[in-house]
Structure formats: C-alpha cells, structure tokens
Design a binder for this molecule. Structure first.
Ligand code: GDP
Ligand code: IMO
Ligand code: MG
Length: 422
C-alpha cells in the first residue's frame, strides 16, 4: 500500500522529522509534488539537516527514495543538496531514483518568479522565488522541459526555444536580471544530474507495490497552500493534498492506505495571505522564539498563531486523514493558558466551523475556547501516560473535535523526541 504523510496547515509542520521516524517501516519513500520551495528538517545524533528536493528517507540505508513525476526539480539545488550530504555514507546509486517526467526548473523560471512577484506590488504571494509557479505553469501549458529531455540529443535546442520565450516574457516587466552565470551553473548541474538514476518511476513504485513493499508518500507544503483548496491566490502551484499522490507518482487510488495528517499544536505561516488566528502580539513573538519559527528554506520569520480547528477539520476532510500527528507540543510549555479557535465569526455575525470560499477579502474573526497549558517540560517523556494531565486533556479535546486519533505527539526536533501512543 501507499501511505501518505502530509501537512494539514500552511507547511513546516515537521514532515521531515516524521518521515524520517516512519521510514524504517517502509521500503520506499517518495516525493510527489512541490520542489525546492520545501525545506524539511531532520535531526538525529546531534546532526541537523535540511532537505529540499530529496525525500526524507535518504538517511535510512534500506530505503529507496523516489522523486516523482509530480515534482518540479532544480538541478542546481539538487547538486548542492547531494554535495551537502557527502559526510553521510549514502549510496545514491542504490537508494535514489528520479522520474524522467519530473519538470525541470530553469534559470529563467526563477527570474520569471521574481519578475511576477515584483509586479504584484503589495499583493505579493511571498513566494520562495525558487521558480515553482512558472515551472508548473509551463508544464500545464505544455511548454516545459522534463528531466528526460536533459539526456536527449536535442536538449540544447529545446532549451534555447523555451529560454527565448521566457526572455520575451521578461521584456514585459521592468525587471533587471543576469543570466549568463546562472546558465553556466545550470548546465554544470545538468551534467551532474545525468549520472543519477533517471527512470520511469511510476514503474519503480508499482513494481515495489507488486512485490508487497510499503511506500510512504511525503507531502511538501501544506493543504492550506493547495492550488485548489488553499487560500487562493496565496498558495503554491501544486496539489498538496492526498489527491496529488496518485497523479504525482502514478499510483491508483485504491492503492492508498493510511493518511497521516501532521499539524503543529499551534499554527504558523510564512509568506503572505490570510491567517485568521495570527497573533501579531507578544504571544506570537513568544511562540516564534520558543519554536524557533524561521523558514528552513528562506530564513524568513514565520507568522505564528493559535490552533485553528475549522481549518484543520477542512484539511482532514480533504485528505481523508486516518491518523493525526501533533508536533511541537513542547513549544506551548511557555503558556499557562492556550487558545484554540473553534469557529469563525463571519461579517454578518453568524458562526461557522467551515472554511468560507474567501478569507482573503472577507475578514473572519476567530472565536476561541481556552484550555489549560501544561507548563511542564516534556523533555524525556516517551509514554503518553507520563505526559502532564493538561497535555492529555488537550489531546483528548482535539480528538473529540477532529474525530481522528492522534497517533504521535512530538516533543522536540530530534528523531527520539516523540510520544507514540497505543
Ligand atoms: P517541514 O517542512 O514540515 O519538514 O518542517 P520544517 O523542517 O520546515 O520545520 C519544522 C521545524 O520544527 C524544524 O526546525 C524542526 O527541527 C522542528 N521540529 C520538528 N518537530 C519538533 C518538535 O516537536 N518540537 C520542536 N521544538 N521543534 C520541532
Ligand atoms: P515545506 O515543504 C511553508 C509558501 C511560500 C509562499 C507560498 C508560495 O517546507 O512545508 P512558492 O515558492 O511555492 O511559490 O510559494 O507558499 N511555501 C511554503 N511555506 N513551507 C513550505 O514547504 C512552503 N513552500 C512554499 O512561503 O507563501
Ligand atoms: Mg519546511
């Protein structure tokens, strides 16, 4: 079966850590969407590592890692990532496979991303500027290059054609750019990536399934950044929900098993866009400081706020979540009282626990309930029975509201800092 682990909020829920923890139970870990806009942090044996495009099963020797066709891949960032892993004994020839159908991020895609953002003025999405939107646009417009094109004889011809088109587009914007050096680095990275296993990964995945192996699909971003269901237009350009797995890996819907939905015990968002429970005050700053809430890809401070149940109920529904994973419970140690948003109050005064069509132009006011904080440090707590009563009550409250069991509670960045329930 293919199990899925994906973020239920606006990204950075801690997916990298939990994929790394679960990976020993799987023969295959696969990324199905997104690209180097992701930053997945893993901590173990005193090391901290941030992965952008390489799946988070890469530190497990027995695990095959696949970058699926639904991903957009930047060869330049790929090369840097591989070089950054040189201290670990990783056998990439054995453990890493990349779909030939993966869309390639070109240097001009990054420029277009920046030009479009600049043009948006105060409506900026807050993109990571990795070229994600323009690359997916070209894929859908049937103009883009795929990884398989890089090894074809006519690659240079195809590249020049799309580059010329991008340069025409850039001409519409007042945007200054340099391309020559970026191209040199790109072509160097293209030669580098050719040495890796470029495959038709839909076969790799399905053959693994046929052999009875277990596959874990690793989401990037979060469901509230989904192209269809996120707070459009303040979203990313891919299907970040469970539905994206079938198209992004080439697996049939009936092969999907467990869906792990991961969320922080509070909320964060990086970049622009609506965030109903955002705390633009001291409490928000305390969460940022305690949770070290700074982007793993861009270093930007993350916006922080209380847990949002209407949003969580929405993303649990969209993904068919079967098990929840609650992250960063340790961060809320600092509060005597914790707020949880149960409903939104709409401009006409009515209450809803559903996600309205538009929360960009229509302001919703969060309605909160107050729960007791646990105050206690969670360091070293591995069994739920040893957790502070207030944390047990918080978990019980959420399980009742969300109607899905919380299988894990994470209590720190390290691989070991985890309470596994039942
Ligand atoms: P991802 O994109 O979903 O993989 O998450 P990120 O790596 O961008 O952000 C999660 C951050 O929280 C990283 O710095 C992790 O090391 C850290 N982290 C993960 N789980 C926990 C936890 O339970 N407690 C604390 N304090 N930090 C955590
Ligand atoms: P992981 O996988 C958090 C946000 C950006 C921006 C919007 C669009 O680490 O959880 P894009 O670069 O895709 O055009 O940006 O989406 N964003 C993320 N926020 N975590 C991520 O990935 C993100 N990837 C993109 O900040 O608001
Ligand atoms: Mg991240």
């Amino acid at each position: 079966m293919v199990d899925i682990l994906l973020g239920l909020q606006w990204g950075d829920e801690g997916k990298g850590k939990i994929v790394d923890v679960l990976a020993p139970q799987y023969e295959v870990v696969a990324r199905f969407q997104g690209g180097p806009n992701a930053g997945h942090t893993l901590e173990f044996d005193g090391n901290k590592h941030v992965l952008h495009q390489i799946p988070s099963g890469i530190f497990r020797n027995d695990c095959t890692n696949i970058i699926g066709n639904g991903v957009v891949l930047d060869p330049v960032i790929f090369k840097k990532e591989i070089e950054g892993l040189s201290n670990y004994k990783i056998d990439f020839a054995k453990n890493l496979f990349i779909s030939k159908k993966t869309a390639v991020i070109l240097p001009t895609h990054r420029l277009l991303d920046a030009a479009y953002e600049q043009d948006k003025g105060d409506q900026k999405i807050g993109s990571t500027l990795k070229g994600i939107g323009p690359t997916y646009s070209d894929k859908v417009a049937r103009l883009g290059l795929r990884l398989g094109d890089l090894v074809a004889d006519n690659f240079r011809e195809k590249y020049e054609k799309i580059k010329a088109q991008h340069i025409r587009l850039l001409g519409f914007y007042e945007f200054e750019y340099e391309l020559e050096e970026a191209e040199e680095i790109f072509f160097n990275a293209v030669e580098f990536i050719k040495k890796f296993n470029l495959v038709d990964s839909e076969y790799t995945v399905n053959e693994a399934l046929k052999a009875g192996q277990k596959v874990l699909a690793e989401g990037a971003q979060g469901s509230l950044l989904d192209i269809d269901f996120g707070s459009y237009p303040y979203v990313t350009s891919s299907s970040t929900t469970a539905a994206g797995v079938c198209a992004g890996l080439g697996v049939a819907p009936r092969k999907i098993g467990e869906v792990f939905g991961i969320f922080k015990a509070y909320c964060t968002r990086v970049g622009s866009g609506p965030f109903p429970t955002e705390l633009e005050n001291e409490a928000g700053e305390k969460i940022r400081a305690e949770g070290r809430e700074f982007g793993a890809t861009t270093g930007r401070p993350r916006r922080c706020g209380w847990l949002d149940l209407p949003a969580l109920k929405y993303t649990i529904m969209l993904n068919g979540v079967t098990q929840l994973v609650m992250m960063k419970a340790d961060v809320l140690n600092i509060f005597d009282e914790i707020e949880v948003c149960t409903h939104y109050r709409l401009p006409d005064g009515s209450l809803t626990d559903q996600m309205p069509y538009d929360i960009v132009d229509m302001k919703v006011e969060p309605v909160y309930t107050t729960l007791k904080g646990w105050g206690d440090t969670l360091t070293g707590v591995r069994k739920f029975e040893n957790a502070p009563q207030a944390l047990k009550d918080y978990v019980a409250y959420l399980e009742k509201e969300l109607e899905v069991p919380i299988a894990f509670v994470s209590t720190g960045p390290d691989r070991e800092a985890l309470i596994m329930r039942g």
